[in-house]
Design a protein around this ligand. Structure first.
Ligand SMILES: Cc1cc2nc3c(=O)[nH]c(=O)nc-3n(C[C@H](O)[C@H](O)[C@H](O)COP(=O)(O)O)c2cc1C
Length: 193
């Protein structure tokens, strides 16, 4: 198997974020499945809200350029996305919006087209953020990302992690691992093409 390169991150910058914890679990699972993993914390890349006037005046923020380079250098990503009012978080949408903007000489949607992605979610609620993933999937699919069909939403996230940060319930860990394994397989095949 060709070693696929994956960025793994959460759509939350909150201290104590459950989705960041789930992303850490996914990173470890992806390494076990044979991927080269770059963990990313969006808290390290603050950006203003996407605004076309600001873009015309100042260009892309430095952190957007850094993230564009990072994403382009990888085959895919795994995202753990919180659900806000049944949808995507503003942080994740803002990040996608900035990264979708072209730089001179760059292919259209270079961070997204042809990349592979798997979706996870975590919420203290009963649905685990499942409804938000519908929107995240639609947005990424519309900009050329190949989303694996498997996904996993972790309900009651505040009770789900053991003291070592792993998922306490083996059945739920297996569901998360199935998403990760699917991304690693698909990204690996993509590298071989
Ligand atoms: C504006 C807002 C809207 C929210 N809407 C939902 C929701 O629709 N469904 C849900 O399960 N949780 C919702 N929550 C609760 C989040 O799931 C919870 O805050 C979660 O911990 C956020 O993810 P994080 O821990 O990774 O930061 C909402 C939280 C905020 C701040």
């Amino acid at each position: 198997m060709t070693t696929p390169k994956l960025v793994v991150f959460a759509g939350s910058a909150r201290k104590g974020s459950w989705n960041r914890k789930l992303a850490q679990v996914a990173s470890s699972m992806a390494r076990d499945a044979g991927a080269a993993v770059t963990p990313l914390d969006l808290a390290d890349y603050p950006m203003p809200i996407m605004d076309e006037d600001a873009e015309a005046a100042d260009g892309l923020p430095g952190n957007a350029l850094k993230l564009k380079d990072l994403f382009k250098a990888h085959d895919g990503y795994i995202i753990a996305c919180p659900e806000y009012n049944s949808s995507i978080t503003p942080l994740l949408k803002n990040t996608i919006d900035w990264l979708s903007r072209p730089r001179e000489g760059e292919a259209v949607l270079a961070c997204f087209r042809g990349k592979v992605c798997g979706l996870l979610a975590a919420s203290p609620g009963a649905l685990g953020g499942l409804r938000g993933l519908v929107h995240v999937r639609a947005i990424l699919g519309n900009i050329g990302v190949h989303l694996v069909p498997e996904q996993f939403a972790l309900s009651a996230a505040h009770e789900a992690f053991g003291p070592d940060g792993s998922l306490a319930d083996p059945k739920r860990a297996a569901m998360a691992r199935a998403v990760v394994a699917s991304v690693v397989r698909a990204a690996s095949r993509l590298r071989e093409d």
